[in-house]
Design a protein around this ligand. Structure first.
Ligand code: ARG
Length: 577
């Protein structure tokens, strides 16, 4: 039994009961967390639809299921409610025992899944010759949180940075580089100079057809393998990667692979030929495209080759899927990309289905980051906000608070804390949003020391740790959890304990629905329950040793939950606050 994933464990038990009591082969108990605590902790909703199907009295069916249901002591006796819902209440004695034991485990009882999947997560993926700006924040932190959560759950995950490192922009860049580059600027700020050259080349090309033609020729030379242009391309990619790497370092984001679009270049021809041969793609106005007659898909064809023979974004993404199936045996591929690309992904997924591949594909689309005024988030002069400047500003806003609180810490230490709190706040603000909607970026809100913010959670973790430091000071020894059952007496203790056993369910749901904000909400609610417990129940000063040990174990379980949760979200931890 995996006590760390209650929803799943109870669901299996309920299914078994339905199988036995009703003689069904694969019943769906529809077990869910209760929506209202008055009805218990979980409810089985699957009896009602079944009764309709079997034309039987739902309450009678529910009684049969209840009679056959054995939760192995996890729950109190089930109750039947309304027309045939079954309500389950966790047994406080079970919670006390299970959580007492789990507190001694680094994974808090959440064992890795028994049937790990191979999952590829395509995220961040900036285009070459562009500095990382706020628009890249969401894909980067959301993708990173999904990678980390699914890895924690026990899956084999490849987090892949699918750089935009191939395509028409290189003709423009090469053209501008050869004529307009400024060596001093290049030495001082390489990515800034590339960005300038790209803009310049684009403008000139628009104004002058001869320039546009010259850019195309540079591109053609590159594609034909011209040594000079190829060397330039390599240099541009290297500069861009290096610039991105410094931002990733600040965000503490890592990738398992950096296979950009160029990595798939040799496969593109074969992709188009294969699709033509199988008549899945057809000629359309000189180009090659795929048509779909599925509802919900755009009527325009999905183009995989232009009339001039050039391949497209779509071609490269089809080749990428094939590679991921071959190289990783992917069961699931997740794209964390701006919601504005949803048509592209819908058509990509439909193409992969047509090709007969069996892989679950999901697009995690997210909305835009807006300024506090609800308009697109821009600098004062209307430019895009650089990601590094955004992090600088977060740090600068936090630093005075840190210096005020710890005037005696070294400047280096103060800066290190400000850095972690700043980047934690920025990341958390992004992760805590419901994904698909646009969200307002508001400094005051995201830096607030209470509320659903990164700093509040970081602070709660520090508070847990300080209890253990004080324990050492008072009792002369570290507190060690011994795995024995908790004593849950005060309401605050019970509430906290009943909530702590939901960590596994919460992570499972994040992995299923690909919504990190579910974990943020859980941790925020946990912080509030912990702080209520902390305010109400004396821990180190508890009347007797058994109560003290039990409360310290609750603190330990909370601490571990925050450690796991913040590490899945990749919010840095601080030692003091
Ligand atoms: N480079 C693209 C962009 O900046 C995002 C790539 C997303 N991944 C993919 N496999 N298409 O818009």
């Amino acid at each position: 039994m995996d006590a760390g994933r209650l929803n799943q464990t109870l669901s299996e038990m309920a299914a078994r009961a339905m199988r036995e009591a009703l003689g069904l082969e694969s019943p769906n108990p529809e077990l869910r967390p209760a929506t209202d605590a008055r009805f218990g902790d979980y409810q089985i909703n699957g009896v009602l639809p079944l009764a309709k199907e079997l034309k039987e009295n739902p309450r009678k069916l529910a009684e049969k299921v209840v009679a056959a249901l054995d939760t192995g002591g996890i729950c109190l006796a089930p109750e039947i409610a309304g027309p045939g819902f079954i309500n389950l209440r966790l047994d406080p004695a079970w919670v006390a025992t299970a959580l007492g034991a789990a507190a001694a485990d680094a994974r808090l009882g959440v064992a890795p899944v028994g049937d790990p999947q191979s999952i590829v997560i395509d995220f961040s993926s900036p285009n070459v010759a562009k500095r990382m700006h706020v628009g890249h924040l969401r894909s980067t932190v959301i993708g990173d949180a999904l990678v980390r959560t699914l890895k924690f759950l026990g899956h084999t995950v490849v987090g892949d940075n699918h750089l935009g490192d191939w395509g028409t922009q290189f003709g423009i860049l090469i053209w501008a580089w050869k004529r307009e580059r400024d060596e001093a600027a290049l030495a001082a700020d390489p990515i800034g100079e590339l960005e300038r050259l790209y803009k310049l080349g684009t403008e000139r090309g628009k104004a002058d057809p001869e320039v546009a033609e010259a850019c195309r020729q540079e591109l053609a030379k590159l594609q034909a393998g011209d040594a000079e242009n190829k060397a330039l391309w390599e240099r541009f990619v290297a500069i861009s990667k290096e610039a991105a790497a410094t931002v990733y370092e600040r965000l503490e984001v890592e990738f398992d692979a950096w296979h950009g679009e160029s990595f798939y270049h040799d496969r593109l021809h074969g992709v188009v030929e294969g699709l033509l041969e199988r008549a899945l793609a057809v000629e359309t106005q000189g180009a090659i495209g795929i048509f779909f007659d599925e509802p919900g898909l755009p009527e325009t064809p999905y183009l995989i080759r232009k009339s001039d023979g050039a391949f497209l974004y779509a071609t490269s993404d089809i080749a990428t899927v094939e590679y991921r199936l071959e190289a990783y045996g992917a069961d699931r591929i997740i794209y964390v990309v701006d919601v504005r690309q949803s048509d592209h992904f819908r058509q990509l997924f439909a193409t992969i289905r047509k090709m007969g591949y069996d892989v679950k594909m999901e697009h995690v689309g997210f909305g835009m980051m807006l300024g506090a005024d609800g308009r697109p988030f821009k600098t004062r002069d209307g430019g895009t906000v650089r990601l590094d400047s955004l992090l600088d500003e977060a740090e600068a806003r936090i630093l005075p608070l840190v210096t005020e609180r710890w005037p005696d810490a070294s400047e280096e230490e103060q800066r290190a804390i400000a850095r972690k709190v700043g980047s934690g706040a920025v990341k958390y603000a992004d992760l805590a949003q419901n994904l698909t909607t646009d969200y307002k970026f508001d400094w005051d809100k995201l830096l607030a020391a209470d509320g659903n913010t990164g700093p509040y959670l970081q602070y709660t973790l520090v508070r847990c740790a300080s209890v253990f430091r004080e324990h050492v000071a008072r009792f002369g020894a570290e507190f060690a959890v011994d795995g024995s059952p908790l004593r849950l007496e005060a309401d605050e203790e019970k509430e906290l304990a009943f909530f702590l056993v939901r960590l596994g369910d919460t992570l499972e749901r994040v992995g299923e629905q690909l919504r990190p904000h579910i974990l943020c909400e859980y941790l925020y609610a946990l912080a509030r329950k912990f702080n209520a417990f902390y305010a109400k129940c004396s821990i180190l000063g508890a009347d007797d040793e058994a109560t003290r040990r039990s409360r310290l174990t609750l603190v330990q379980a909370t601490y571990r939950t925050f450690e796991i949760g913040l590490s899945c979200l990749n919010i840095p931890r601080v030692s003091r606050m």
